[in-house]
Write a protein that binds this ligand. Structure first.
Ligand code: HAM
Length: 413
C-alpha cells in the first residue's frame, strides 16, 4: 500500500468544514480591512528564500525542500509566503508606485521538520502583508485584523505577545553585548545555542531547551539598546493597540525564526494546543524589499498556521455543508422519475440533495438519512409517479405528506 508521506495528511469531513469556515472568515475580514488576494507559485528559486529568510536560519539550513529541475535550476518548495510576495511586489514594479499595498494569500507551505501535533511538513498558512508604510498604526491594524479574525472563528484563550527587535542602527550593539555575555557561558548552553552565539546570537533568546532558560533569562534585554526611532515607533504601536482595545503581553525574548524582522515582532499563542501553541506570528521587515532588489520599502505582516488554527477552533465553527434532502426511489420506474423530475429541479433550485444510488430498502434509506442528518426525505414510488407527485417526510418532526414537485421545493426552501 502506498501511504501519504510522513508529515503530510489527508483532511476529511468534519474537519474540512472547519477549514472552509475559517477560509471564508479570512476572506471576509480581509475584505473588511481592504486587503486583496494574491496567488504566487508553490516553488521559487532557492536563492529567494536563502536571501530573504536568512542563510543562518533553521528554515534555510535544515528545513527546505530543495531540488533541481530538468534544467538544473535549484528550486525550493515555499517554506513561507513573505519572500514570494515581496518577490512579486518587486518583479511587478510596485515599489515604484505610490500608495500602500495590502495583500493576503493562503495555501500550503513546506518545511522538513519533525512532525508532531500541530507541526507538519506540509502545512497551510494565511499570510497578510502591508507594504510601503512605516506608520505604527498599521502595525496595530494588522494585529487587530488577526485578533478580530480569531474571535470570529471562536478561538478562545488567545494571548498576544509583543516585542521590538530594533533595527540596523541599534541591533548590532545589542547583539554584540549578547555575544559577549553568551561567550562567557558557552559551555553551559545547548549545542545549538553554542553555534548560534557566533552565527545568530539573537536566536538564543528563542531557545526552548530547559537547561538554558535560567541563563537566557539573565541576559540583558533589548529595551536598553533600542535607538530613539525604534523606541518611539514601539511606543506608538502600543498606543494604537490601546486605542483598538487590544491587550498584549510584552515578551522581551520574542525574536522569531526568520532573519528579516526589524522593530515590531508579535505572536499569538493559544492555550490547550500543547508544544506547538503559536497560531500566528509576524512583524515588520523594513529592509526585505531592498534586500530582494527593490526600492527601500517598509512593510509588516503575519502568517497564521491554519492546521493549528483548526485544532483550536470549536466544533461549532464549521461550514454548514452536506445534503439537506435524500431522495429515495422505490422501483426502477420511479428511479428514472426521481433522477429527472426530483433531483434535477431540486438542484436547479440550489437545494443540496442526493439520490440514493445504492437503492436501499426504505428502512435502510431512512437509517442513512438519520446518519447524514438530512432535513428532508423525498420518497418516489409507482403511486407518486402516476400522480406526478412525491412523498415528503420532515425528518425533524416526522410529518409526511404528498406534494407536487413545485410544492415540495417550496416547502424545502
Ligand atoms: P512563522 O512563524 O515561521 O512565520 O510561521 C507562522 C505560523 O505558521 C506559525 O505561527 C505556525 O502557526 C505556522 N507554522 C509554521 N511552521 C509550521 C509547521 N511545520 N506545521 C504547522 N504550522 C506551522 C512566517 O512564516 C512568516 N512568513 C510570517 C510573516 C509574514 N512575517 C511577516 N509577514
Amino acid at each position: 500500500m502506498i501511504k501519504a508521506i510522513k508529515g503530510t495528511r489527508d483532511i476529511f469531513s468534519p474537519e474540512v468544514e472547519k477549514w472552509q469556515f475559517a477560509e471564508r472568515m479570512m476572506r471576509r475580514v480581509c475584505a473588511l480591512y481592504g486587503y486583496e488576494e494574491v496567488r504566487t507559485p508553490l516553488f521559487e528559486a532557492t536563492e529567494l528564500f536563502a536571501r530573504g529568510i536568512g542563510e543562518a536560519t533553521d528554515i534555510v539550513t535544515k528545513q527546505m525542500y530543495t531540488f533541481k529541475d530538468g534544467s538544473e535550476h535549484s528550486l525550493t518548495l515555499r517554506p513561507e509566503a513573505t519572500a514570494s510576495l515581496v518577490r512579486a511586489f518587486v518583479e511587478h514594479g510596485m515599489d515604484n508606485e505610490p500608495g500602500i499595498t495590502k495583500w493576503y494569500c493562503m495555501g500550503p507551505m513546506f518545511r522538513y521538520e519533525t512532525p508532531q501535533k500541530g507541526r507538519y511538513r506540509q502545512f497551510s498558512q494565511w499570510d497578510v502583508e502591508v507594504l510601503a508604510t512605516e506608520n505604527p498604526a498599521v502595525d496595530a491594524e494588522v494585529i487587530e485584523l488577526l485578533m478580530r479574525f480569531l474571535d470570529s472563528v471562536g478561538v478562545q484563550d488567545t494571548q498576544l505577545q509583543l516585542n521590538s527587535v530594533g533595527c540596523p542602527v541599534c541591533r548590532p550593539q545589542y547583539t554584540a553585548v549578547l555575544q559577549q555575555e553568551l561567550r562567557k557561558n558557552k559551555d553551559r548552553l545547548c549545542v545549538d545555542c553554542q553555534v548560534r552565539i557566533e552565527r545568530n546570537p539573537l536566536r538564543v533568546l528563542d531557545c526552548k531547551v530547559e537547561s538554558d532558560q535560567s541563563l537566557i533569562d539573565a541576559l540583558p534585554a533589548i529595551d536598553d539598546y533600542l535607538c530613539e526611532d525604534c523606541k518611539t515607533h514601539f511606543a506608538a504601536v502600543q498606543r494604537f493597540l490601546g486605542l483598538s482595545e487590544i491587550s498584549f503581553d510584552r515578551n522581551k525574548r520574542l525574536v522569531r525564526g526568520l532573519d528579516y524582522y526589524t522593530k515590531t515582532t508579535f505572536e499569538v499563542v493559544v492555550g490547550g494546543l500543547g508544544a506547538q501553541n503559536s497560531v500566528a506570528g509576524g512583524g515588520r521587515y523594513d529592509l526585505l524589499v531592498e534586500e530582494l532588489g527593490g526600492k527601500p520599502t517598509k512593510a509588516i505582516g503575519f502568517a497564521l498556521g491554519m492546521d493549528r488554527l483548526v485544532l483550536a477552533m470549536p466544533e461549532s465553527s464549521s461550514e454548514i455543508s452536506g445534503i439537506r434532502v435524500l431522495i429515495i426511489a422505490m422501483s426502477d420506474n420511479s428511479f428514472d422519475y426521481a433522477f429527472e423530475k426530483v433531483q434535477l429541479p431540486l438542484r436547479n433550485a440550489n437545494i443540496p440533495c442526493e439520490l440514493d444510488y445504492q437503492r436501499r430498502s426504505l428502512k435502510g434509506a431512512m437509517r442513512l438519512a438519520d446518519k447524514r442528518k438530512v432535513d428532508w426525505v423525498v420518497i418516489a414510488g409507482d403511486d407518486e409517479v402516476s400522480e406526478q407527485k412525491v412523498t415528503l417526510k420532515n425528518m425533524k418532526n416526522g410529518e409526511q405528506a404528498r406534494y407536487s414537485i413545485e410544492e415540495m421545493i417550496e416547502k424545502v426552501r
